[in-house]
Ligand binder design. Structure first.
Ligand code: F7E
Length: 321
């Protein structure tokens, strides 16, 4: 059986990727950090089919031991502290997990099982204050903020291990990708959950930051397929994974609230607390290379994605009342 090792398995992408790989007949090994409150909420439906191991991106030894023991064919490094505003308050922790964590796992691959194929969860945040629009695999990196800077380090280290140690290592430069499993602090889920709460009479307003901010939003279930496809090519390469379309937070509110028969203007309040000090402009990718070389295309459009998330939040909250 083909074996895959995932860090970040309890997160949104980890849960979709684990599901996808199990369907393909993989043996899936997921690493979790010891903590008194590990949440398996997103994995409950497949938990009995997974092998869960204790380990930590901060701990080099644990990564080497896992790779020596399991010898996985594919390694997906999805773990990171992914909420961008928090990274400004915890720059050192962000650098340790999101940047050095990549070096540690690449070192573990090199030392313990260099024949493994390696996927790094890179991010559109590496483009920061963008140097061109739309961004491609050759756009110069210009990150702003500890999260983007840490991801840029991981991105370059992945290239380094590919070029210098000949490891099959690729970065997927993923733009925002969402789903009903997205954390509640990210704007899409904050809006779909908030709108559902208002519809059910559980809240009266929704406080947000900049409504004019724009992002290229896709469906996480589609994006994990691109991760897998990257590791099935003859040669390891980096790919931009995105829809190529942007929408504003205002469009997002309009879609979510109107789907529930509500006018967002009556409920959404802009609040300085949720504004970012620097708002990245025109973060939008060109997915042409992924279309051409991977044969990958997103299957869920923006409206459909938001409706899927509203449906989930509305039904889930209704059950809890
Ligand atoms: O913000 C604006 C906010 O927190 C999206 C992560 O997966 O994608 C994600 O990072 C936009 C920003 O995601 C609120 O200013 C307005 O312009 O959902 P977000 P993000 O920061 O783009 C990248 C690719 C990653 O790699 C990251 O790990 O929405 N916005 N009002 C708001 N954002 C939040 N969170 N809350 C608001 O109230």
């Amino acid at each position: 059986m083909t074996k895959a090792f995932l860090t970040g398995i309890t997160g949104q992408d980890g849960s979709y990727l684990a599901e996808f790989l199990l369907e393909k007949g993989y043996d899936v090994i997921g690493m979790v950090r010891r903590s008194s409150t590990v949440s398996f909420q997103r994995l409950r439906h497949i938990q009995d089919q997974l092998e869960i191991v204790q380990g930590n991106l901060h701990d080099q030894g644990s990564l080497i031991s896992i790779l020596e023991q399991y010898q996985p064919d594919e390694v997906y490094n999805l773990a990171a502290s992914s909420f961008v505003p928090i990274s400004s308050h915890q720059p050192v922790l962000t650098g340790d997990a999101t940047a050095l964590g990549v070096a540690r796992i690449l070192e573990a691959v090199r030392l313990a099982y260099p024949q493994a194929r390696f996927y790094q969860a890179s991010s559109s945040e590496i483009f920061g204050t963008v140097q061109e629009v739309p961004q491609t695999e050759t756009t110069p990196l210009n990150p702003r903020g500890p999260y983007g800077i840490a991801k840029a380090y991981g991105h370059w280290m992945t290239k380094h291990y590919r070029q210098v140690f000949n490891i099959y290592a690729c970065s997927g430069i993923l733009y925002n990708h969402e789903s009903p499993r997205r954390g509640l602090e990210f704007v899409t889920r904050k809006v779909t959950h908030g709108a559902a709460r208002i519809k059910l009479g559980l809240a009266k307003e929704l406080r947000l930051g900049n409504l004019e901010a724009r992002r290229d939003w896709g469906y996480a279930g589609d994006y994990v397929k691109a991760m897998w496809l990257m590791l099935q090519q003859e040669q390891p390469e980096d790919f931009v994974v995105c829809t190529g379309e942007t929408h504003s937070v205002r469009d997002l509110c309009e879609s979510a609230f109107s789907y529930l028969g509500l006018d967002y203007l009556e409920y959404v309040v802009q609040d300085d607390r949720y504004f970012r000090p620097v708002e990245e402009k025109l973060l939008v990718g060109d997915p042409a290379k992924a279309h051409k070389k991977l044969g990958w295309k997103p299957t869920v459009g923006f409206k459909e994605l938001i409706q899927m998330m509203v449906d989930y939040d509305f039904e889930d909250l209704k059950r809890q009342i």
